[in-house]
Each structure stands twice: as C-alpha cells, then as structure tokens.
Design a protein around this ligand. Structure first.
Ligand SMILES: Cc1cc2nc3c(=O)[nH]c(=O)nc-3n(C[C@H](O)[C@H](O)[C@H](O)COP(=O)(O)OP(=O)(O)OC[C@H]3O[C@@H](n4cnc5c(N)ncnc54)[C@H](O)[C@@H]3O)c2cc1C
Ligand code: FES
Length: 253
C-alpha cells in the first residue's frame, strides 16, 4: 500500500547513521522483519525507491535507521520535520511467520551492519511478549554500530572486528559462546555474516537459522526480479516478495 507520510524527526544518531520517524497514519500496520520502499525525491535522482527495514513502529509512527551511503540516503538525510514522504509498505514477510515454528526453542537474534535495524524491531517484539532471547549486534568498529543505546535497553551484546565496542571478533565468535543445541537464530546482515553464522553452528545439533537478506532492489514488490537469490533446489526466489526472511538452509550463499 502506498502512503504519504509526514516526517516527524530526522536526526543523526551516530556518525553517518540517521533515524527517521514518520507519521504514517493509523492505517499503517507492520510486523518485525518488514520494510518500506521510500520515494526519496520526485526527480530522476535517485530514480528508484530505496528500501529500508522498519526499525520500530507503533500507533501511527514508523521509524527507520539508515546509513548515509550514496545519493538517495544523502537526500533522505536532508528531509526536515513536516516534509511529506511517499513510501510503499509494509513489504516482505515477517520473522514472526518463522517464530511460530520455534515453539520452546531458545532464540538468538543477530544483526550485522545496517541489518541491525531489522532485528531491532524483532527484539522489541520479543521483549514485549516476555520471551527470553540472546541478542547480538556486530560491526567493524564502534562508530559503525547502529543505535547502541536502544540495543543496550534490549540486553544486546556487541562485537566489533577491532574491539572498540564489546568483544573483539566477529558476531560468529560471540555466537559460539552462546549457542546451544535446538536454538533458533534470526539474523539480518551481509552474506559473509550468514556464512560465518552457518559455520559457527555446523557442529551444534538441530539449529535453525532464519536470515533476512538485503539484496539490491528495483521495484520492491515482486515485479522486476532484480532482487532474486538462488535456492538450494536450483530455483530463484525474489527477496522482496518471497522473503526477505528465508530458512538459510534453503539458500545458496
Ligand atoms: C530489504 C532491505 C532493507 C534495508 N534496510 C536498511 C536499513 O534499515 N538501513 C540502511 O541503512 N540500509 C538498509 N538497506 C540498504 C539501503 O537500501 C541502501 O543502503 C540504500 O538503498 C542506498 O541508497 P543510496 O542511493 O544512498 O546509495 P546508492 O548510491 O544506491 O549506493 C551507495 C552504496 O551502497 C551500496 N548499496 C546500495 N544498496 C545496497 C544493498 N541493498 N546492500 C548492500 N549495499 C548496498 C552500493 O553498492 C554503493 O556502494 C536495506 C536494503 C534492503 C534491500
Ligand atoms: S525488487 Fe523487484 S522483484 Fe524484488
């Protein structure tokens, strides 16, 4: 569904990382793991909408946390309170579809890079539902970490490649210390992180990994096929429509 929201607040919360709060109106309802596709300008630059995971949503408000990288996110950072913002959403399947299958398993939630925004919404949901879970965010260094105070409130542990925040090493090193047989992992981040998580769980029994992919997207609604990933049965799936969350065992990474 297409929305014409109003920017409530757009603020740099860490170096090059911004949080944008939008008044989307009462009709906007979303679930953890879903994303919105934002039309940043009416001009040709950038031409395509840009996808962002929902960081949190409540009542009429939806928030994203984004890293300024190129033309689109630079223009997004210039939005001011009161500006209109056209977006489509909520898009994609939620982690909650897979959470239902987890039953009484121990839950581990992992975010890497800007993928942390996506799992933050899930962690908030789990906390509100009174569920216990292990929560990990990893980044290259402290200055790349997303929304640290909000993650701390949810009991998150941190790992950085250079040791500047939390444990020194990869999220998979921290995961190895916390993983137990039968665990269910929800993760969002870059593909190398998924490979490392898979490897860290290789000798642990009955672990399920559900991963949310952030492939380059054109339309965000299943029409252009620019976001496809290969599955282990040789077919291709659209990340925007068939995912973004997949059983990691079903995907070639
Ligand atoms: C489902 C989904 C959810 C996302 N959620 C978030 C989020 O919550 N926060 C956030 O900061 N970003 C998120 N992203 C990535 C975000 O969409 C891109 O960073 C953004 O579109 C870049 O736009 P731009 O015009 O600023 O940069 P561009 O000029 O388009 O690209 C700048 C640089 O970013 C790289 N880049 C662009 N898109 C991606 C991508 N999908 N994956 C990896 N690298 C990319 C390009 O290779 C290039 O080096 C998400 C992407 C997807 C598909
Ligand atoms: S982005 Fe067009 S099909 Fe996924």
């Amino acid at each position: 569904m297409k929305f014409n929201g109003k920017v409530l607040r757009n603020k740099e919360i860490a170096e090059n990382i911004w949080k944008l709060d939008i008044n989307a109106g009462k009709q906007f309802k979303s679930l953890p793991g879903q994303f919105i596709n934002v039309l940043i300008n009416d001009t040709y630059e950038p031409l395509l909408r840009r996808p962002f995971s929902i960081f949190e949503a409540s009542d009429k408000k939806v928030s994203i946390v984004y890293k300024v990288l190129g033309a689109g996110t630079k223009a997004l950072a210039e939005k001011k309170s009161g500006d209109s913002l056209d977006f489509i959403g909520p898009l994609g399947r939620s982690y909650l579809e897979f959470l239902k299958r987890a039953k009484n398993a121990s839950i581990i939630v992992i975010g890497g890079g800007t993928g942390a925004a996506s799992v933050h919404y899930l962690a908030k949901h789990l906390r509100a539902a009174g569920k216990k879970f292990v929560f990990i965010q990893g980044a290259r260094s402290a200055c790349n970490m997303v929304a640290v105070p909000e993650f701390k409130k949810l009991g998150c542990s941190f790992s950085t490649d250079d040791g500047s925040l939390g444990e020194k090493g990869f999220v998979s090193d921290l995961l190895q210390k916390k993983i137990t047989g039968g665990a269910v992992i929800f993760a969002c981040g870059p593909k190398p992180m998924f490979r490392a998580i898979k490897q860290a769980c290789a000798n642990v029994k009955n672990v399920k990994i559900y991963a949310s992919f952030e492939e380059y997207m054109g339309c965000g609604i299943g029409a252009c096929l620019s976001c496809v990933i290969e599955t282990t049965d040789g077919t291709y799936k659209r990340v925007c429509k068939d995912g973004t969350v997949f059983d990691l065992n079903d995907v070639v990474i």
